[in-house]
Ligand binder design. Structure first.
Ligand code: BGC
Length: 725
């Protein structure tokens, strides 16, 4: 049981009602043994019968910034939450947003969402969830507001760093594992933001219009997987409207799809300040209202809801249904007996952060084989750029982590090479911005000093990119341009030292055209958690062979991206009409034959891989069959490496528009130098379905499909054709 202050009387009641054999966070679906007819449901029923209407209503809205009320006299404790997804957020005051200034609330800072996605490693996603779950449990949180899984629809999205990918399949695989990891503890994962919160611009006003097909094929699959495979106990409704109705009270999303089709039995919480009505939310909407303003008893789901029930405008049944859902989650979290107390800041958690960071770093170019750095030959390194010494655990609007420590890139290099190599630092640029996010003009001396240092060093490493003030919640970026005069810095340093390595530290696409053209050595890192600097130094020095792959497309120019090509971002008159439909991310670039700057799935290694011998177990399949695919991948270089083998499928002749290719499976494997691995992957014929808007169902069309396997979405070396009957 989580340590809560409870009276002896309530403890007695708790013992009667709660301390029975509820084990593990079981899937909340009707097919589950813990469904309506079970002991847990009986317990919920008994509690419900003891509650007054006032007590029920008190559970439906916040009683603190991150707390909602229980019923003390019945032994139902408060329900508490904390933000993820970068780690468990620092403690803030009960009623407000100021830090509580505790000394016991530091936590591990994990790599950001797109970094996790760049690992393409579901096992790491599980470890990430597990570590965060343990930390949330140790911090006595019942619900962790993570993972954040909205689709990266535009490269400018302010929360691209928190979200994972433009691809629903990659997104879903990682989300499922992260949720399972979190819920190894008596902590509910809260998948957010349901749904279609793909932009920050006017996020509280914008109405998203999207075709049913794109909804089903692009925007919902990761949520569906989160519920049906990850068994997430809670969901956060998004700020925006969908088809004219706020997500917090959207009957179609919440009742027809989430609770109806997907059989979700857990609770839906609002985003903070995301509830807009009493009667609508009361009748068709979510369970718990969070983050509204004014005194708690005036909130939509407080006294106004009580009055609406008394006036017969919201039914008692609707209120009971909400309370039942909340209790169902509580019985698996706050009211659950737990053998462990969770743990914070353990070496294991920092190792998880390190491993994710190590596998997330993307090698973009290594034309001169300057990497890995030859430390025997290199006597001096110029470390240049504000990002080499910057911390990323917090900053900007939105949740951060008060981390116990964070290794900067400079510190990482010093840890690794400091004894044998002279490492000197020059700031290179100033990252100060004004309120419009325009860089405040840097002192030209910053570049002059950097050039001087670069000239006298064997190697110059320029750390550019963005930071947590530049990429943040609540505002989208206005341009892909590199900020802070960074291009000028890169040009000047590259001219001064032929051995210049560019390291971009950022978490969303930027304009790297010039750097790609002019620079020979480029590495991409992220807001990479507490161990980010150590992980990066290990990649630069070759202890780690880079294996990250981009989870989204980098356009050559903004107008190449679908939402920008069709001018549907950020929308007009508060309407964002997703006219690109299913052609999001690489689906658009490939289908429209637009060359990206860096494609989805791109990332090099210090070794090379050769693909051969793609096979499928049959040539012709029936609906319901499994397709078994094998391919050989040989590490043809000199260093052990991890490769992500990507499997895409395309439907060659369809009655409707089909994307050129879609990711349907992937596998990350480690292969020793000169060794060959046989990779086995499977997919269901049913996975080849598209959502047919005429019949409103998933349809597998008969015909010929192409299976494509390769090292990125544009580098496909093995193909096979199969027929579906
Ligand atoms: C964000 C959520 C977050 C909540 C509480 C909102 O502004 O959209 O993701 O969980 O605040 O901090």
């Amino acid at each position: 049981m989580k340590t809560k202050i409870i009276t002896t009387f309530s403890l007695a009641i708790l013992t009667v009602f709660c301390f029975t054999s509820v084990k593990g966070n079981e899937p909340l679906t009707k097919k589950n043994p813990l469904s309506k007819e079970t002991k847990m449901e009986k317990k919920i029923d008994s509690l419900l019968h003891l509650m007054t209407l006032e007590e029920k209503i008190a559970m439906l809205h916040a009683s603190g910034t991150f707390t909602s009320a229980g019923v003390k006299r019945l032994g139902i404790p408060d329900f508490t939450s904390a933000d993820g997804p970068l780690g468990v957020r620092e403690e803030i005051v009960r009623n407000g947003w100021a830090p509580a200034n505790w000394t016991t609330d530091s936590a591990t800072f994990f790599p950001n969402g797109s970094a996790l996605a760049a690992t393409w490693n579901p096992k790491l996603a599980f470890r990430y969830g597990e570590a965060m779950g343990e930390e949330a449990h140790a911090r006595k949180k019942d619900m962790l507001l993570a993972p954040a899984i909205n689709i990266t629809r535009t490269p400018l999205g302010g929360r691209t760093f928190e979200y994972m990918s433009e691809d629903p399949f990659l997104n879903g695989r990682l989300a499922v594992e992260a949720i399972k990891g979190i819920q190894t503890q008596p902590v509910a994962a809260c998948v957010k933001h349901f749904a279609l919160n793909n932009q920050e611009t006017e996020r509280g006003l914008v109405n998203v219009e999207v075709s049913e097909r794109a909804l089903r094929e692009i925007y919902l699959p990761a949520f569906k997987a989160a519920i049906q495979e990850g068994h997430a106990l809670t969901v956060m409704a998004a700020y925006n409207k969908f088809r004219g109705v706020y997500c917090a009270e959207n009957d179609y999303l919440l009742n027809k799809i989430l609770r109806g089709e997907w059989d979700f039995q857990g609770l839906v919480v609002s985003d903070w300040g995301g509830v807009h009505s009493t009667i609508g939310t009361g009748n068709t909407g979510l369970e718990i209202e969070m983050g509204s303003s004014g005194s708690y008893d005036k909130w939509y789901m407080a006294t106004p809801l009580l009055d609406a029930v008394k006036a017969g405008k919201v039914s008692m049944a609707a209120i009971d249904a909400k309370v039942v859902r909340i209790l169902r989650v509580m019985l698996q979290t706050s009211m659950k007996e737990s053998a462990t107390a969770g743990e914070l800041n353990t070496p294991k958690h920092y190792k998880t952060a390190y491993d994710i960071a190590s596998e997330s770093i993307v090698l973009l170019k290594n034309d001169k084989q300057l990497l890995p750095l030859n430390s025997a030959k290199i006597k001096s390194i110029a470390v240049i750029g504000d990002n080499a010494t910057r911390l990323f655990a917090s900053g900007g609007f939105g949740a951060g982590v008060k981390t116990k420590y964070e290794i900067t890139a400079l510190k990482g290099l010093e840890n690794k090479l400091g004894k044998s190599t002279s490492i000197q630092f020059a700031q290179g640029y100033s990252a100060k911005i004004n309120r419009e996010k325009k860089a405040i003009v840097s002192d030209p001396k910053l570049i002059t000093d950097a050039v001087e240092l670069a000239k006298k060093s064997d190697v110059a490493i320029v750390f550019i990119g963005s930071n947590r003030n530049y990429e943040e919640e609540s505002i989208d970026r206005s341009t892909l341009e590199l900020p802070f005069n960074e291009q000028a810095l890169v040009n000047a340093v590259s001219a001064a030292n032929p051995n210049t390595i560019v390291v971009v530290v950022a978490a969303a696409p930027y304009d790297l055209n010039e750097i790609k053209k002019n620079n020979h050595t480029i590495v991409w890192s992220w807001f990479n958690g507490s161990e980010g600097g150590n992980a990066l130094a290990d990649v630069l020095t070759g202890k780690t062979n880079p294996s990250g792959k981009f989870p989204f497309t980098f356009p050559v120019k903004l107008e190449d991206s679908p939402a920008h090509a069709l001018k549907t971002f950020p929308g007009e008159n508060h309407i964002a009409d997703y006219k690109e439909g299913i052609l999001v991310g690489y689906r658009w670039f490939d289908t429209k034959k637009i060359e990206p700057l860096y494609c989805f799935g791109y990332g090099l290694s210090y070794t090379t891989y050769a693909y051969s011998a793609l096979t499928t177990n049959k040539g012709v399949y029936n609906k319901g069959d499994k397709i078994f695919v094998t391919v050989k991948v040989k590490n043809t270089g000199k260093m052990t490496g991890k490769e992500t083998v990507q499997l895409y499928v395309s439907h060659l002749k369809s009655a409707v528009l089909q994307p050129e290719k879609e990711l349907r499976n992937f596998q990350k494997i480690s292969i020793d130098a000169q060794k060959e691995s046989l990779i086995k992957m499977e997919l269901n014929v049913n996975d080849l379905a598209y959502f047919d808007e005429t019949s409103n169902q998933w349809v597998v069309e008969p015909g010929t499909y192409k299976i494509m396997v390769g090292t990125s979405s544009k580098d496909i070396s093995q193909t096979a054709e199969i027929t579906i009957k």
